[in-house]
Ligand binder design. Structure first.
Ligand SMILES: Nc1nc2c(c(=O)[nH]1)N[C@H]1C(S)=C(S)[C@@H](COP(=O)(O)O)O[C@H]1N2
Ligand SMILES: [Mo]
Length: 198
């Protein structure tokens, strides 16, 4: 299987592979605000709404039929650990956005999840091939505590910008803040600039 290696992403941000103030771990800790939500593959639905030409409502099977790829990425948690060489498989955000036809007035994106988590990114900072809606980790189905069946990964940002258990993407015509962004974490979240708090 072909793997796209994006572990050199830090160069775009003029940083070392290990961002300042981070330590590398080989473990994969779990950070969830409120435990692991249940999901039912029969009724699960993924929605794309807002400033798009075609709103989407995809079943699990329809989502799994979208074109996908595998990437090797680094994962940086704002609490100070980084995990290198994570292999995630899923759909790139540009692929999904193309299906929905993002309108010209879209400037921002909100990701929402089954546990009522939400996180936001400016459109131009998430229309990147590294932003994956991932259902597999290291070749296995994404473990439920890490966001299975489906999560977002954002290797260019601290990991709270990647919603686990994601089931909705809304394209917005003005910025809004998600769960941690409303509670004092940085809205911009660039690990190489140590944008941890706002
Ligand atoms: N839906 C949801 N997504 C979430 C969270 C959460 O609590 N709920 N926590 C975030 C935080 S703070 C981090 S660091 C990463 C942790 O991912 P992990 O548990 O797979 O390490 O998920 C992010 N995405
Ligand atoms: Mo986090």
């Amino acid at each position: 299987m072909r793997v796209r290696d994006v572990t050199n992403l830090h160069r775009e941000f003029d940083g070392e592979r290990l961002p300042p103030g981070q330590r590398e771990t080989s473990k994969f800790p779990v950070l969830s605000k409120s435990g692991t939500p249940e999901w039912n593959p029969e009724t699960w639905e993924f929605s794309v709404t807002g400033a798009v030409e075609n709103e989407l409502a995809l079943s699990w099977d329809e989502f799994r039929d979208l074109p996908s790829e595998t990437q090797r990425q680094d994962f940086h948690c704002v609490t100070g650990w980084s995990k290198f060489d994570c292999e995630f498989t899923g759909v790139t955000l540009p692929t999904l956005a193309e299906r929905a036809g993002v309108r010209d007035d879209a400037v921002h994106v909100m990701f929402s999840a089954l546990d009522d988590y939400a996180t936001n990114l400016p459109l131009d900072e998430c229309m990147r091939d590294e932003v994956l809606l991932a259902w597999a980790y290291d070749g296995d189905p994404l473990p439920s505590e890490h966001g299975g069946p489906l999560r977002v990964v954002t290797p260019h940002k601290y990991a709270y910008k990647g919603a686990k258990w994601v089931n909705a993407v809304e394209f917005l015509t003005e910025p809004k803040r998600g769960y941690w962004e409303k509670r004092g974490y940085s809205d911009t979240a660039n690990p190489w600039n140590e944008e941890r708090y706002s």
